[in-house]
Design a protein around this ligand. Sequence first.
Ligand code: ADP
Ligand SMILES: O=C(O)[C@@H](O)C(=O)COP(=O)(O)O
Length: 411
Amino acid sequence: MIGAIADDFTGATDVAVALRRRGLRTLLYFGLPPQGAQPPEHDAVVIALKTRTVHKADAVARSLRALRWLRAHGAAEQVYFKYCSTFDSTPEGNIGPVLDALADALEAPIVPMTPSSPEHGRTQYNGYLFVGDVLLGESHMRHHPLTPMTDSYLPRLLEAQSAYRSGVVTLPHVRGQAVERRLAELREQGVRYAFVDALAEEDLMTAGRALVRAPLVAGAAGLAGGLAAARAGAAGQEETAAPEPSGPAAVLAGSCSSRTLEQVQVMIEAGRPAHRLDALTEQDADSLARRALAWYDALDARDGAPLIYSSLEPAKLRRVQQALGAERSAALLESAIGRIARGLVERGVTRLVTAGGETSGAVVSALGVPGGVIGAEAARGVPWIFVPSGPALLLKSGNFGDPDLLLEATR
Ligand SMILES: Nc1ncnc2c1ncn2[C@@H]1O[C@H](COP(=O)(O)OP(=O)(O)O)[C@@H](O)[C@H]1O
Ligand SMILES: O=C(O)[C@@H](O)C(=O)COP(=O)(O)O
């Protein structure tokens, strides 16, 4: 049984669908599962936490609570800590502190991991993370509002956050079927975190087969898929009969990633009604939300599903952050978007698309959704989630999906 702990909500849906795609019956919980929950038959559990950018002690405490739940429910035979395929964690970040706590609690001698996700253009080579054909630190991720990534060497990034040393399982080890031997070598050298190079899906499958007995593994959804394939005994049994939702739709976008900016632009150019949340003119979450909902109330349904967004390109974003502070402006907009989500659901929206991991976390938390069933993927790693009562949710990672995803998902 795999138990996954994800550091944000889009990441959780990404890893949940990666496990399900390989044929594992996968449960998805937003936050800790409710007391007394009687889970149906399953092979994997994913617990979505919003711990990527909270204070360290809080991130560690929540992650350890999730681990306790997994252990108490027999779902900790192998624990997977899901972080972002673009790492999304500065030297002040939480990946190191959370991994240190999980590794100690599970007495994991060495923790293999990789953010590599070749299907999304993330690859790891000699311990460096690439986004498409550029290094992470030279990619658009250097402009991220909360976790600007300016370095690309993964062991250095993690060592800046952790009490333990990091090393690399290089591509020749992976392709030469020598992952376990290399891990033993690194252990002898006193290394606790081993970044596994992977340029292609097949490398993740090879790593997955070598790591099925590791108590703690970490990284993006790709390696979780490799582990799931090794467990399911088949590299990729696609499930086909996943449901699609219907009914009134709306998009809430808080991601400022380049892909989300393109997707927002496509919606606007297609003539969809669009309302921008402007943190500079209105610095109160309730007023921002009330204004947006009043705008929504005046719409003509024939104009198609609307977009409410705060997404800004880097230069404009910097201006907001200089005026209000990065943390404060993010908290203000997340709070406003959460309130707007509640208002939209009260007004009958049954398909809610959110762009951005923190933004999605704010929306799901505001709606009080405990978890859901994984439906069809609108894009790779972006499945619809059906919740017990409430709208179907499409929690889109800032960086994922084709430019027309937001438009097409809300037809
Ligand atoms: N106009 C803006 N000014 C300041 N911060 C913003 C603005 N728009 C969005 N943000 C914040 O930026 C963060 C984006 O993170 P997130 O939602 O996780 O997107 P991504 O998936 O691209 O990382 C959120 O905390 C959001 O509230
Ligand atoms: O691994 C990924 O890239 C995603 O699953 C992920 O973590 C999403 O995070 P955001 O980009 O913050 O949405």
